[in-house]
Ligand binder design. Structure first.
Ligand code: GBH
Length: 469
């Protein structure tokens, strides 16, 4: 059912699990700052200690082995490695920590997939303007080269930036993620642009200086809902769904996989709205410069984070308001037949993943695809016997199998989100995505496998090595 080499993984991110926010010379990140401000995060919780994976890495490794994973996706904390964000000062304790993690994984025959940036910019770089500043791209490129140089012998799968959409929109338009800026209709486009430039520079650095020797692959992780028209025969709904897909998945995938530039509908509508609203300096959507390394072709595979699906219809903000939804001219609605589980945004739609995979195959010239995140949360009462989540993983993995077998999508791996219950950003610890429960009231942060974890382990052992029974 699954190819022999298929990657069976689970993922985490540094700020969500590590803790040790000031340990051994780590510098502060924007998430440290954000969480220490009033009323930013649910219950004013923070990731100061989180799962304490900085000290308890061996416990995580036990969880990884218990699941029988072939791959583990983790992110590096930029500020743990480079406390002020630059290579002027390297924190050797940080280097040692990640070297041990990677060595331990390899010793257990688990391949690491490493994300360089998962939302936690060094605060020192935010103080210089953060992702709104054009200079961030070269700073990211230096950090990336440092990581390829330092860890590239051990890592064959790299993700430069996780979910640029979320950083741009939630961090700079809605202000619900760090750095908490609310500059609708302007900052997100700038941030997205600088992230694409940063990603492209890092890919070119890998390609020129490390690829021959290290033989790895580099991409960026793009999140997208599956979006379908509210009514299949309404032309307005169909166009609205296409626009919304262009403003989410297309925003990052078009430049990298198709044209080297933004989707045409995004370009034309942001340009037109900018002119109508009399924005200074022309369009709010920046243009790529010919003097910089090309963005087109800077992904060795397609990395997809998929969680949910929506129906789309025209609307979404009044034309005179500066914001991304006005530019897009669409709004998404929930289909009442889709169950909502855990958090309010997560309608459970496993078949949406199959459709999105087929769309990616057809639109981006049949790339190799890794599903770098997919998961289902639990809120409220703790349920270790989490039947619904077990069913969710089973149903979703069957949809992936159909995508491979019936639709011919070249899916190379599946990473459940997440290995552990962890710090779920603005929702703090109130939302649990783990295959293992973590007891945050226990100083030892004890880890207990959920039923969904046991079921995932069973599926892995059943499907691993191309077995079908
Ligand atoms: C992922 O993003 C992140 O990469 C990961 O770190 C995180 O733990 C995981 O999701 C689970 O949330 O609050 O109504 O404004 C997934 C994409 C986009 C999903 C933003 C949640 C927020 C909707 N996310 N969305 S809302």
């Amino acid at each position: 059912m699954f190819p022999r080499e298929f990657a069976w993984g689970a993922g985490t991110a540094a700020y969500q699990i590590e803790g040790g926010w000031q340990a051994d010379g780590k510098g502060p990140s924007i998430w440290d700052t954000f969480c220490h401000e009033k009323a930013r995060v649910f219950g004013e919780q923070n990731g100061d200690e989180a799962c304490n994976s900085y000290e308890l890495w061996e416990k995580d490794l036990e969880c990884i082995q218990q699941l029988g994973l072939t791959h583990y996706r983790l992110s590096l904390s930029w500020a743990r490695l480079l406390p002020d964000g630059t290579t002027r000062h390297v924190n050797q304790k940080g280097v040692q920590y990640y070297r041990k993690v990677l060595d331990d994984l390899l010793a257990c025959s688990v391949s690491p997939m490493v994300t360089l940036y998962h939302f936690d910019l060094p605060q020192a770089l935010q103080d210089q303007g953060g992702w709104k500043s054009a200079g961030m791209a070269t700073l990211f490129d230096s950090y990336a080269k440092f990581c390829f140089q330092t860890f590239g012998d051990r890592v064959k799968l790299w993700i430069t930036i996780n979910e640029p959409y979320v950083c741009a929109k939630l961090g700079h338009e809605d202000g619900i993620h760090a750095p908490g800026l609310k500059e609708p209709g302007v900052a997100a486009y700038l941030v997205g642009h600088n992230m694409l430039r940063a990603h492209a520079m890092a890919w070119h650095s890998y390609n020129s200086f490390y690829r021959t020797k290290q033989k790895g692959a580099v991409s960026l992780a793009i999140n997208s809902d599956w979006l379908e028209p509210s009514s299949a025969d309404g032309a307005a709904d169909i166009a609205a769904a296409e626009r919304q897909l262009a403003f989410t998945l297309g925003w990052f995938a078009w430049p990298v996989f198709v044209t080297g530039d933004y989707p045409e509908v995004m370009r034309s509508s942001v340009d037109a709205q900018s002119e109508k609203l009399g924005c200074d300096g022309g369009s709010r959507l920046p243009s790529f410069s010919e003097d910089e390394p090309a963005v087109l072709g800077t992904a060795d595979f397609f990395a997809l984070n998929y969680y949910t699906s929506r129906k789309v219809t025209p609307g979404g903000g009044r034309g005179e308001v500066l914001c991304m939804t006005s530019d897009r001219g669409s709004r998404d609605v929930l289909d009442p037949s889709w169950p909502i589980c855990g958090v309010s945004w997560l309608a459970v739609v496993p078949h949406g993943l199959r459709k999105l995979l087929k769309y990616i195959k057809d639109t981006f010239n049949n790339p190799a695809v890794y599903i770098t995140e997919n998961g289902f949360s639990q809120v409220g009462q703790l349920q270790i016997e989490d039947v619904q989540r077990s069913e969710f993983y089973r149903d979703t993995i069957l949809e992936v199998a159909k995508a491979i077998q019936e639709d011919g999508v070249d899916v190379r791996g599946y990473f459940a989100w997440s290995l552990l219950d962890n710090f779920e950003w603005a929702d703090g610890f109130s939302v649990r995505f783990g295959l293992f429960h973590v007891d945050f009231t226990d100083a030892r942060r004890s880890r207990t496998i959920y039923q969904s974890g046991r079921e995932y382990a069973k599926m892995i052992s059943k499907y691993k090595c191309g077995q079908s029974e």
